[in-house]
Design a protein around this ligand. Structure first.
Ligand SMILES: [Zn+2]
Length: 132
């Protein structure tokens, strides 16, 4: 696998598997992709909460943040509104700025659909270890 194809495969898993963001792919996945990228770009949210609320919309704001938190893309102390990026969030934001959804769409799951081995740079265990 090239670095590009490895990156795209892991991005594919983040977007389309139910344990992660779980987009089904119909409707407006481009909008969802851009929203996640743009919200992550605003972190840390304690710097400008108004911008986060404006981007997502007041009513949907916390729901979107709960999903990003569930996927370990952001983390927080006292309140989710003050979240910052995790190591995973930093890594995937970089990929989302680099690749379009069309490129991701042509990919498939990494490691033949299996979990990341310990040496994989996208391994959740490895990313958590960097954060701690
Ligand atoms: Zn992997």
């Amino acid at each position: 696998m090239t670095d590009d194809s490895e990156a795209l495969a892991h991005l594919y898993r983040l977007l389309f598997t139910p344990a992660e963001l779980g987009l089904c792919g119909c409707g407006g996945p481009d909008e969802a992709y851009a929203l996640v990228r743009d919200v992550l770009s605003l972190a840390p949210f304690y710097d400008d909460w108004k911008a986060v609320e404006q981007l997502i919309g007041e009513r949907a704001c916390y729901f979107v943040l709960y999903q990003l938190d569930r996927c370990d893309l952001i983390e927080h102390g006292g309140g989710i509104g003050g979240s910052w990026l995790t190591e995973k969030g930093k890594l995937y934001l970089g990929l989302m700025k680099q690749y379009s959804l069309d490129q991701v769409d042509e990919s498939g799951l990494p490691h033949d659909g299996g979990d990341c081995p310990a040496e994989c740079p996208y391994s959740p265990r490895r990313l958590r270890a960097v954060s701690e």
